[in-house]
Design a protein around this ligand. Sequence first.
Ligand code: CDP
Length: 252
Amino acid sequence: MGNVGAKEIPELFGPDGLRTDGRRPDELRPLKITAGPLHQADGSAFVEWGFNKVMAAVYGPREVHPRHLQENNKAIVQCRYNMAAFSVDERKRPGLDRRSQEISKVIAEAFESVIFAEEYPRTSVDVYIEVLQANAGTRCAGVVAASVALADAGIPMVDLLPAVAVGKVGGKLVLDLNKLEDNFGEADLPMALVPQSGRLVLMQMEGHMHRDELGRALDMGVAGCRGIYEKMKAALRDRYAVAPAASSEVSA
Ligand code: CDP
C-alpha cells in the first residue's frame, strides 16, 4: 500500500509489470458479445466484459413519443442508460440520476452521428441500455451493446461503434480500466470510434494527464477499439450465419 494524501492506494502493478487482474497495460478484459438474445425488441445485444454485464434493446424507427420531439427531416435517437439497483456493491437508488442522464445524452449523440437518420423522417430510434452488473467501463460496454443491437435491428449506420476507456494508473497508461484502477487511477478517458473513418464520436475525460500522454492514450484506445470491432462483427456473423444446407443426397 502506498499513501498519497489521505487516500490509501493499493499496488496496481505487480513486480512483473502486470496489472492486478494479470493483464498487460494494453490488454482488454475478456469480452463476449451475444447478438439478438431478446425476442420482443427489434434488435438486442448482451455484452459480458470483465465483470460488466450489459443488455441493450433497440426499437424503431417508430413513432416519436413525446410527439413534440419529432423532427420533419430526420429520425431522432433517444437513449436510456440505466443501472440496476443490484448492479453495484452498494445498492444504487433506482431511477435516472444525473450521471445516467449525462451518459444517456452522450451515447444518443454518438449514435446520431452514425445512423442515416435522414432516411426515416418523423421517427425515433429508441435505445435502452440496462447495466445488470457494473465494474467500470459500463458506458463503453453500453455503446458496444447498443451498437450491435442497432445492427441487429437493421438500422442503417455508417459503421459499428466500438468503445473503450483508457486510463492513467500509477503513472502508466492502461487500456480498459477495471474497477480498482478506475477508483485509484489518475485519469479515465472513455472513447467511441468510427473504425472506417477514424472519427471519435464520444470522448470524455475525468482526472488529468499530460498532453503528450493524451496522444498515446488515444492511440491505445483506437487500437483497443479495433480489436473490439472484430468481436462485434463476429457476434453479428454468428447471429446471422446460415447453417450449411443439409445434403440433398438420399441414400437408396
Ligand atoms: O461505468 P463507467 O466507467 O462508464 O462510469 P463511471 O461513472 O466512471 O463509473 C465507474 C464505475 O463506478 C461503474 O462502472 C460502477 O462499477 C461504479 N459505480 C457505482 O458503484 N455506483 C454508481 N452509482 C455509479 C458507478
